[in-house]
Ligand binder design. Structure first.
Ligand code: GLS
Length: 808
């Protein structure tokens, strides 16, 4: 698409869609005009593919996810369409990057899980798989984080306020969803015994569609997000009686369902509204698939041939019971047949072993929201447990563990067991995690049917996280190995040949320095802290969680601080420690860790004795947009979770892909990253998963580690002395007391190995050529972690899905 054509398109859209004369157009107006022009081009592709996508023999994947975190669309869509340079030319002197930067991102997810879903949509589109991502159009996404006095403050995310150009409302495909009430039996016209659900209320789900275009592939996938509306938004009967508020009440009540994203990562929020959200989007999506299946002239007997449905964690697991309800109650299919179709339709990805994330709903609550589903789940469970009993007669313990209903105390519906029973395949998200899913999480299910278990190691899209975020490095790589690596990441291997090339290393260092200089400016503008771009940028960006151990990182910082204070002539590699991440609003310890980081930053950054050898920064409001500025500037990537706790991680991949070296434990995908990049190019420390388990089993006493290590003791004492809290000795006591008394995440045991490993990092960074060689090798060996590879594995091994050729 030539610059002239784009120029005309921008002008047309400024005129017709935005309605502003060029002379007075603001940057926001220009952003809109460009976005409309890009959307037009995506729509063109979308419409052109319509018939192919909807051909009777085309099988589709439906990716059901309560979270999608796509990031701003404009920059990525320009890149994927291959028109960034021409768009720049078309704007002749105007600042395209400024316009791209104006876009509000849809924060419809908490962290890794939602971002993974977005990476998979990018790869599904790029590889031309027919796919739809189904989710919720939250009016308010993840809160914006600001920092006041070192504490996190949550601010409502009003992402829809400026309007959302990328979505198209489709009221003609709206679905009605029932909630609450009771069930009744009746006899149908053929004399058959049937059940119907009489709800308390109904809401309408209206889909909003965002087409996602693939990278230079001409193909699109759809992100279809459901928004809740009242079935009847204004009750004239109430209004005429003079009850104005009553008349709009139902509207407010119904719209609540898609109002706000629950801001917890890896934590169950057992609230009625959350269950309603889950059911709402699942019911709309299943009905939408049934509609599409019937429209294509197929019968529901072939539903599983038309659709495979991936459950992104247990949040959409109610889909198993919903499909059964539709097939049995609405379409009068015999139970056995419906169950066979259901089992062939679903597959389930587990994303966490954290017990607090495993969803279970109190039975009375579940029954009051979904009375018919509870009956269906009982029947699924009864039949399933009968089978188990024939295989393991008399093993009541096993039956209790496998049951979808937890009856050990107060009764619960276990969503993971429902997902397991209703799926043909379950997978974990990294090799280690998939092993732990078999051995720790679902050992009884594994005994029952080991063939059902698979691993698909996560991947990330190199388009957004290298091509778009790091244009300098992209150009440098293109210059050596051509540009086809962006859709075939294994080709980065060709960079290995240049790892020792001094000229290439210098270019590599130059690009990194430019990226760091840019980030240093952002840090200064957003926090007021001045950092030196030539210092080592040591970065930990991710949700704040005790298991991710941001506070272990802080213990190291205080260790260095202590050393510098004790020895005024000490020479260490100057470092900038950068943190970013949100804490769940109700997670006290995580919020206190943010306060600790900011308090240590305040003390250390101002202390002249530190001689600027270390700087500590907490960059507020970590989100996709900010991540894109941070990854390219990282020298060191902190992946320091307690072994066995991080299912995979994906930030670890993005940072390494941008040339950061990892300091990490043998946890999640770190294990595979280390395998790929080579042990000599990875800073490993800490307990393994088995060692951690043994330590705990043997009666772990964290206090012993502290008392046996004067330096560690000094660090803890310094925190308790009130030095970082204006003399308040109690402020951080919940953290230090927990570390000394319980230390669930084994920081005390891993402290010394971590600090020693950091010393190796310090030394390694002094040899810049060697460091750069390691950095190049990290990038060269990241091919495995492309989401294209992951999506192909899902398609081949789980979904049995074929790409379609987008060109007619
Ligand atoms: C998560 C895991 O914690 C991450 O390790 C994983 O990379 C991600 C995607 O698989 O899923 N699970 C979760 O609930 N939030 C996550 O980020």
């Amino acid at each position: 698409m030539s610059p002239e054509i784009l120029k005309a398109a921008f002008a047309d859209n400024l005129n017709f869609a935005v309605g502003r004369p060029a002379e007075i157009a603001t940057p926001e107006d220009w952003y809109q005009a460009i976005a409309f022009s890009v959307r037009d081009r995506i729509m063109h592709r979308w419409v052109r593919q319509f018939e192919k996508r909807n051909a009777p023999d085309v099988r589709q994947v439906a990716y059901l996810s309560a979270e999608f975190l796509p990031g701003p669309h404009l920059g990525n869509s320009l890149l994927n369409l291959g028109i960034t340079d021409n768009a720049r030319k078309a704007l002749a002197g105007q600042d395209l990057d400024l316009y791209i930067g104006l876009e509000e991102e849809p924060g419809l997810g908490n962290g890794g899980l939602g971002r993974l879903a977005a990476c998979y949509l990018d790869s599904l589109a790029t590889l031309c798989y027919p796919a739809t991502g189904y989710g919720i159009r939250y009016e308010f996404g993840i809160f914006d984080q600001s920092i006041k006095d070192g504490w996190q403050v949550e601010v409502t995310d009003k992402w829809l306020l400026p309007g959302n150009i990328w979505e198209i409302k489709r009221p003609n495909f709206a679905q009605v969803v029932k909630i609450g009430g009771h069930t009744e039996t009746y006899t149908d016209e053929h004399g058959a015994f049937r059940v119907r659900w009489i709800p308390d209320r109904v809401v309408v789900g209206v889909p909003y569609d965002t087409p996602i275009v693939g990278y230079l592939s001409d193909s699109c996938v759809l992100l279809r997000l459901w928004s809740a509306e009242a079935a009847q938004s204004f009750d004239f009967a109430d209004f005429n009686r003079g009850d104005y508020y009553g008349a709009v009440e139902e509207k407010v009540f119904s719209e609540n369902i898609s109002k706000v994203l629950y801001p917890n990562d890896e934590q169950l929020e057992g609230k009625r509204l959350r269950l309603e959200q889950q059911y709402f989007f699942v019911a709309c999506s299943i009905k939408d698939m049934i509609r599409l299946c019937l429209r294509r002239g197929s019968t529901l007997e072939r539903f599983h041939e038309m659709f495979c449905v991936q459950l992104n964690d247990t949040h959409p697991a109610i889909a198993v019971a919903e499909l059964m309800r539709q097939l049995v109650d609405k379409y009068a299919m015999p139970w056995e047949r419906a169950w066979d179709i259901t089992r062939r339709t679903f597959s389930y990805t587990n994303h966490t072993l954290m017990p607090e994330a495993l969803e279970k709903w109190p039975l009375p609550l579940f029954g009051s929201v979904l009375p018919r589903h509870l009956e269906i789940i009982y029947e699924i469970n009864r039949r399933f447990l009968d089978e188990v009993r024939t295989r393991f007669p008399g093993d009541e313990g096993k039956i209790a563990r496998l049951s979808i209903i937890d009856e050990s105390g107060e009764k619960y519906v276990r969503m993971a067991n429902l997902a397991m029973v209703g799926s043909h395949t379950v997978n974990g998200v990294a090799a280690l995690h998939s092993e732990l899913v078999k051995t720790q999480l679902f050992p009884d299910f594994h005994d029952l049917d080991p063939k059902r278990f698979q691993n698909v190691t996560n991947g990330v899209t190199p388009r957004r996280f290298l091509g778009l975020s790091n244009p300098g490095l992209t150009r440098l790589i293109d210059g050596r190995i051509g540009d086809s690596w962006l859709s075939n990441l294994d080709r980065l291997r060709e960079l290995e040949a240049f790892a020792g090339d001094v000229g290439f290393q210098q270019d590599w260092m130059r690009v990194k320095l430019e990226n760091k200089t840019r980030l240093a400016r952002i840090i200064r503008d957003r926090t007021g802290v001045v950092v030196d771009p030539s210092s080592l940028f040591d970065i930990q960006v991710k949700r704040i969680h005790e298991y991710k151990r941001q506070h272990l990182n802080v213990l190291h910082i205080i260790t260095l601080y202590q050393r510098i204070k004790h020895d005024p002539r000490l020479q260490i590699t100057p470092r900038t420690f950068l943190f970013g991440g949100k804490a769940a609003p109700g997670y006290f310890m995580a919020k206190l860790i943010i306060k600790l980081i900011n308090s240590v930053a305040e003390t250390v950054n101002q202390d002249p004795a530190v001689r600027d050898l270390i700087k500590v920064v907490f960059l507020p409001d970590y989100n996709v947009k900010h991540a894109q500025n941070i990854y390219p500037a990282a020298d060191l990537s902190e992946q320091i979770s307690t072994a066995g706790k991080e299912a995979s991680g994906t930030g670890n991949m993005k940072l390494s892909l941008n040339g950061a070296l990892t300091i990490g434990t043998l946890d999640g995908a770190n294990v595979e990253i280390r395998e790929e990049v080579g042990a000599e190019n990875f800073f490993l420390f800490g307990l393994t998963c088995e060692q951690a388990a043994r330590l705990r089993a043997g009666g772990y006493n964290p206090g012993d580690y502290c008392h046996g290590d004067p330096e560690l003791r000094g660090v803890i004492e310094l925190i308790d002395s009130g030095l970082f809290s204006h003399g308040d000795r109690d402020l951080f006591r919940p953290i230090t007391a927990h570390l000394l008394e319980r230390d669930d995440y084994l920081l005390m045991a891993d402290y010394r190995p971590y600090v020693n490993c950091q010393q190796e990092v310090d030394h390694a960074y002094r040899d810049r050529h060697h460091w750069t060689r390691m950095s190049i090798l990290n990038v060269a060996r990241m091919g495995k972690f492309s989401s294209d590879r992951a999506v192909r594995e899902y398609a081949d091994n789980i979904w049995k899905l074929k790409p379609f050729a987008p060109e007619a």
